[in-house]
Ligand binder design. Structure first.
Ligand code: ADP
Length: 488
């Protein structure tokens, strides 16, 4: 039961309320009693002095006990709850209104008596003094100094009905003010406790919603989100943080699944890509070996040509893989220098011209605009640019056009490789830079590579602080672009 946060907070809260209630009740009871004592002592402030004045004639040389007895009787008739004592200067009781053998204290502490007799004592009431009747009991009193004969100092000490004991023994709790005050305190604390428990319930309920969501997440429900909690407090912030954490986890898991799928596709692709040229080379070599004498020179050349093409394809595939793994391991660091992009584009276009002609594609470079030199690793940029042009030529239809454009930006040069090929669907666009990602063959007229070209180009751009952007429309064409910082 005490395992829940709500139960723990509630128990602590109720304990505090109980403690607070007891302290409040104690303080209010105590101050009420003190107030009654103070009022009573003030009312009877001069009682001892009046009695002293009255019995002064009886204290001329020595004490006239019989006369005193009568005065005491009269006094007690008027003050039934008071007891009168006569003390000598060290506090010893020398006469009293009750028989001496009923007194438990024969000598009382004089300090409170002297304080009372002091001039400004009225402002400091209540003052409690010893009650000779009961040892250890303290009562409010009135006191006055008297002189017996001419020299002997004595004190009249009148103990008064003290609220602290007498009222309490009569049942102070029956006092209307105290009772209603205590009831008010108890009701207030009761409602405070109720409201507090209700608020804690609401607060912990919100935390519970977060806990439930976390539990669901740990059980694999990555779609779980907490519906916006009201307010901006820590719990609401926790819920928001949970939601963004869950979103990140969901995204990462989705990406991991995609990567896993891509890796599997890649293994299938790569084994197919490796197997086809190897099978073809094996076939050619076996034909040459078996039918060597029956083959004429042109047939032999044809078989050797096929084998060579396949070997080249294999070597390109292997070099792609090798390059990507080096880029991944950051083994290749760009050796940056200032160079002319115009010249580089001219060279690359010249390199691809035969391939473009072979495929019946018009390859052009618009170099009419003068652009400044840029910073970069020429070899790496050539590689990235070649991958983009190679793709454009690979996926463009016969009689298509591939053009490379350069334009000056504020502090960079923009390189664009445009084609009017089949374009890339919106569905594929976000993934084409992922390694091993290849668009479905049916959408690329059966042309398919290893899915590494764009991943390599993007890594190269990133190593130059750039990013390859792509714009594409189905059946209209695709434009890849990136920027390189100019030399200042
Ligand atoms: P691949 O070796 O398959 O060409 P890439 O990483 O170079 O691998 O390209 C990834 C995918 O992007 C390709 O499978 C292709 O479908 C698509 N793609 C890349 N460039 C173009 C382009 N210019 N036109 C149409 N599709 C393209």
């Amino acid at each position: 039961m005490f395992n829940t946060l709500y139960a723990k907070i509630s128990a602590i809260f109720l304990l505090l309320i109980l403690l607070l209630g007891s302290v409040l009740l104690f303080i209010s009871l105590n101050s009420s009693l003190n107030y009654v004592c103070e009022a009573s002592q003030k009312l009877n402030y001069n009682t001892a002095a009046q009695f002293a004045r009255r019995c002064r004639p009886l204290l001329t040389d020595s004490i006239h006990y019989s006369g005193l007895k009568k005065d005491v009787m009269d006094f007690r008739e008027m003050n039934p709850n008071a007891e009168v004592y006569m003390l000598n200067s060290d506090g010893t009781v020398i006469a009293s209104s009750i028989p001496k053998d009923e007194l438990q204290v024969s000598r009382i502490d004089m300090q409170p008596v002297l304080r009372f007799i002091d001039e400004d004592s009225y402002a400091n009431l209540p003052i409690f003094g010893d009650d000779p009747q009961v040892k250890g009991r303290r009562k409010i009193f009135s006191a006055a100094k008297v002189t017996i004969g001419n020299t002997k100092i004595a004190y009249i000490y009148v103990t008064l009905a003290s609220a602290r004991y007498d009222l309490a023994s009569e049942g102070i709790l029956s006092s209307y003010i105290l009772r209603s005050g205590s009831i008010a305190i108890i009701i207030t604390l009761f409602f405070t406790a109720l409201i507090g428990l209700f608020l804690f319930f609401i607060l912990t309920k919100r935390i519970q919603r977060v806990t439930v969501a976390v539990k669901e997440l740990t059980h694999g429900n990555y779609h779980k989100r907490i519906v916006a909690l009201p307010g901006k407090d820590e719990v609401a912030q926790l819920a928001t943080a949970f939601n963004s954490m869950a979103a990140t986890i969901e995204k990462n898991i989705k990406e991991m699944k995609q990567n896993d799928q891509m890796r599997r596709d890649f293994t299938a692709n790569i084994s197919h890509d490796l197997r086809s040229p190897l099978t073809s080379i094996q076939g050619c070599l076996e034909t040459i070996q078996i039918k060597n004498k029956d083959l004429n020179a042109s047939k032999k050349d044809e078989l050797i040509d096929v084998s060579l093409k396949n070997v080249m394809h294999l070597s390109q595939l292997v070099s792609h893989l090798f390059e990507l793994s080096k880029l991944d391991a950051k083994q290749i660091q760009p050796q940056k220098e200032s160079f002319s992009l115009t010249e580089l584009v001219q060279d690359v276009v010249l390199k691809f011209q035969p391939l473009a002609e072979e495929r019946g594609i018009h390859l052009e470079a618009d170099l009419s605009v003068r652009v400044p030199h840029v910073w970069g690793d020429i070899g790496m940029i050539e590689r990235g640019l070649s991958n983009l042009i190679d793709n454009a030529l690979k996926y463009s239809p016969e009689k298509g056009t591939v053009s490379i454009q350069l334009s000056k930006q504020t502090d960079s040069v923009l390189v664009r490789v445009c084609d009017n090929g089949p374009g890339i669907s919106e569905e594929d666009l976000p993934h084409i830079f992922n390694r091993f990602y290849t668009v479905d063959k049916s959408r690329t007229k059966g042309r398919q590579g290893s899915g590494l070209g764009l991943a390599i180009a993007q890594k190269i751009a990133a190593a130059h602080g750039s990013k390859i952007e792509v714009e594409s429309r189905r059946n209209e064409g695709t434009t890849f672009s990136f920027q390189l910082t100019t030399v200042t």
